[in-house]
Design a protein. Structure first.
Length: 273
């Protein structure tokens, strides 16, 4: 028996247990996966108290950043973004990974979005950093970050310099004026309100990846759909980043496919319905 869990607060709405349980059942693994309410102040003590039956953890914000000092090794993507959403316990070592970027790229590919030139990101938290890395991987040369609080995008701007992407901060009200982006990624919580109507040209021409999935559609997603635009559901990112987590927990490597990788993805997708 191996044990795993997703940690966060609040965590009751998480779909991760359904995804992971479906995957391990398909792989014939008698592994447990639960959701555990957790905040940063208790995270270190929790990890220190885990016994050898534990294989790994999935983490939500802000634990993705809180966990970094507790790890022995983090992959390059987690180093770039300053956030690890996956921890695997391997021979006494704690290794951290970030599968959010892979989740974004893979779900966009399913929606036939494989190239970005001009991007826009709504919000500037840890997920915005992952969205920027994903856009850079798809070829973006410039990205506008839309925020409510001036200066909030500074970490994204600094990461852009490291990636060779020009990042400009703008107020969220600029959504009413932007018309040249070919991909918009919203990293706002699902409950976040929206005080601006997106430019109709932008909504009609640029797909929106809305990483939130509860409630659905979000205020921004609803505005996009009302304008006749295309919205990529946040559950797609959740699905694909979870598959990469399963690869890590089973094979120790997000790039090492599982046996019957496509079938595992299919049963995980069914678990979301």
């Amino acid at each position: 028996m191996r044990r795993l869990a997703v940690l966060g607060s609040p965590i009751g709405h998480s779909r991760s247990p359904a995804l992971h349980r479906a995957a391990y059942a398909r792989l014939g693994l008698d592994w447990e996966y639960h959701a555990i309410e957790m905040d940063g102040s208790r995270l270190g003590g929790f990890i220190d108290g885990l016994d050898a039956s534990w294989r790994g953890l999935s983490l939500t914000m802000p634990l993705k950043q809180d966990v970094l000092p507790m790890l022995d090794h983090v992959d390059e993507v987690a180093q770039f973004t300053g956030a690890a959403n996956t921890v695997v316990f391997d021979g006494g070592s704690r290794r951290g990974f970030n599968t959010d970027i892979g989740g974004i790229v893979r779900t966009l590919a399913e929606s036939d979005v494989r190239r970005v030139v001009h991007g826009a990101i709504v919000g500037a938290g840890a997920t915005a950093l992952s969205a920027l890395v994903a856009m850079a991987a798809l070829g973006a040369g410039d990205v506008r970050v839309l925020v409510r609080r001036p200066g909030a995008a500074q970490p994204v701007v600094e990461l852009g310099r490291r990636l060779g992407v020009v990042v400009e901060e703008s107020p969220i009200a600029a959504l009413a004026d932007i018309d040249d982006a070919d991909l918009v990624v919203s990293t706002l919580p699902g409950s976040a309100g929206l005080d601006v109507v997106p430019n109709p040209t932008l909504a009609a021409t640029a797909p929106l990846l809305d990483v939130a999935y509860d409630p659905w559609p979000t205020a921004l997603g609803a505005s996009w759909l009302e304008g006749g635009g295309r919205v990529v559901h946040g559950l797609g990112m959740l699905l694909h980043q979870a598959l990469l987590q399963v690869r890590i927990f089973v094979n120790g490597d997000p790039n090492a496919p599982l046996d019957d990788d496509d079938d595992v993805l299919a049963v995980m997708r069914d678990a979301l319905r």
